[in-house]
Design a protein around this ligand. Structure first.
Ligand SMILES: C[S@@+](CC[C@H](N)C(=O)[O-])C[C@H]1O[C@@H](n2cnc3c(N)ncnc32)[C@H](O)[C@@H]1O
Length: 276
C-alpha cells in the first residue's frame, strides 16, 4: 500500500461575509496550517486572513497572465493550482482559502485536490457558505418550492440547455456573459442582449429578474435590484452580481404519473420489521 506523503491540502471557503461566515473547522485550518494560499479578491477578507495565518501567499496576481499572448483564464486557474501544489510538495500542511464555497463555480480547488491526490498527498475540501446560500436567505426564496436550475451565464448561452420556466433559474457570472476569449473581465451590452434574446425563448420580456449582490462586510448594502428582463443589457453588472430569474409559470401537474402512483399497491418496499 502506498504511504500518504507528508504534505497535505485542505481547501476551505471563507463564506461571502468577511470573518462572519467561516465555519469553525475552516477557521482552525486557516489559523494552524503552515501556509494559507488564497485567491480571495475582497481586500478586507484578504487582510483578515493574512492577519491570522502563520504564512500567506496571495495568488491573485496570476490573473495578470491573461494579458499575455496565448494565455487565458484557464491558464490562470492552472497556475493557481500549481502554486498550491508547490507548497504541498514541500511537505507543508496547506490551507487553500477561497471566498464562498471553495468548490462551487470555482475550479481551482477541484484541480488542486485532484492533482494532490494523484501524487499521493492527502487532500480534502470543506464546504463554505456560497453566494447561492446567501441569496436564498436574502431573497427569501426556497429552492424546494419550484426546484432550482443553476448554471454559468455563458454556459447557458453557448450550449443547448433545456430551461424549465416553472423553476427558479440562477445564472452566475453574468458580468462575463458571452465573453468567449476567456481573457477579459467584462461583457458588452450586445452580448447581454444575446443572453436576453435566448432567455426570451422561455420568459416574457417583462418578466421580473433580480440582480443580486450579497454584502461582503457589515457596512456594505446587499444589492437586490428588480427589473424587467428586457432592461438587462443596460443594467450595471459587476464581478459579484448573480442573476436570479424567478419562475415565470406555475408548476404543471403530470396527471399521468399521479394516476400511475395512485394505482400502485400500498404495500411497503419491505416489511417494517426487516427495515429496522
Ligand atoms: C467564480 S464564482 C465564485 C462563487 C463562489 N465560489 C461561491 O461559493 O459563491 C463568481 C460568481 O459568484 C457570484 N458571486 C460572487 N460574489 C457574490 C456576491 N457578493 N453576491 C452574489 N453573488 C456573488 C457571481 O455570480 C460571480 O460572478
Amino acid at each position: 500500500m502506498n504511504a500518504i506523503k507528508k504534505g497535505k491540502l485542505i481547501c476551505v471557503g471563507t463564506g461571502m461575509r468577511m470573518a462572519g461566515q467561516v465555519t469553525p473547522l475552516a477557521l482552525s485550518y486557516i489559523e494552524t496550517a503552515d501556509v494559507v494560499v488564497s485567491a480571495v479578491p475582497n481586500i478586507f477578507t484578504r487582510d483578515w486572513i493574512k492577519g491570522i495565518a502563520k504564512d500567506f501567499i496571495c495568488v491573485l496576481d496570476h490573473y495578470d497572465d491573461c494579458n499575455m499572448d496565448g494565455k487565458n483564464r484557464g491558464d490562470t486557474y492552472r497556475r493557481m493550482a500549481d502554486t498550491i501544489l508547490e507548497q504541498v510538495r514541500a511537505g507543508k500542511t496547506v490551507c487553500a482559502a477561497f471566498y464562498g464555497h471553495p468548490g462551487i463555480f470555482a475550479c481551482i480547488a477541484h484541480i488542486a485536490i485532484k492533482d494532490a491526490r494523484s501524487e499521493g498527498y492527502g487532500a480534502e475540501m470543506l464546504p463554505g457558505i456560497s453566494a447561492e446560500d446567501c441569496l436564498v436567505a436574502d431573497l427569501g426564496i426556497d429552492p424546494g418550492r419550484t426546484g432550482m436550475q443553476s448554471m454559468e451565464a455563458t454556459q447557458f448561452m453557448i450550449y443547448e440547455r433545456r430551461i424549465d420556466p416553472s423553476a427558479l433559474l440562477i445564472l452566475w457570472q453574468p458580468f462575463l456573459a458571452g465573453e468567449l476569449s476567456l481573457k477579459r473581465f467584462e461583457t458588452t451590452q450586445a452580448r447581454v442582449q444575446v443572453l436576453v434574446d435566448k432567455l426570451a425563448r422561455d420568459y416574457p420580456l417583462d418578466h421580473e429578474v433580480i440582480l443580486y449582490e450579497a454584502a461582503t462586510h457589515p457596512l456594505e448594502r446587499t444589492r437586490i435590484d428588480r427589473l424587467p428582463l428586457r432592461e438587462l443589457p443596460t443594467a450595471t453588472m459587476v464581478g459579484a452580481t448573480t442573476l436570479v430569474i424567478p419562475a415565470a409559470q406555475a408548476l404543471k401537474r403530470d396527471q399521468a404519473i399521479v394516476d400511475l402512483l395512485n394505482a400502485l399497491p400500498e404495500a411497503p418496499l419491505m416489511p417494517l420489521a426487516q427495515a429496522a
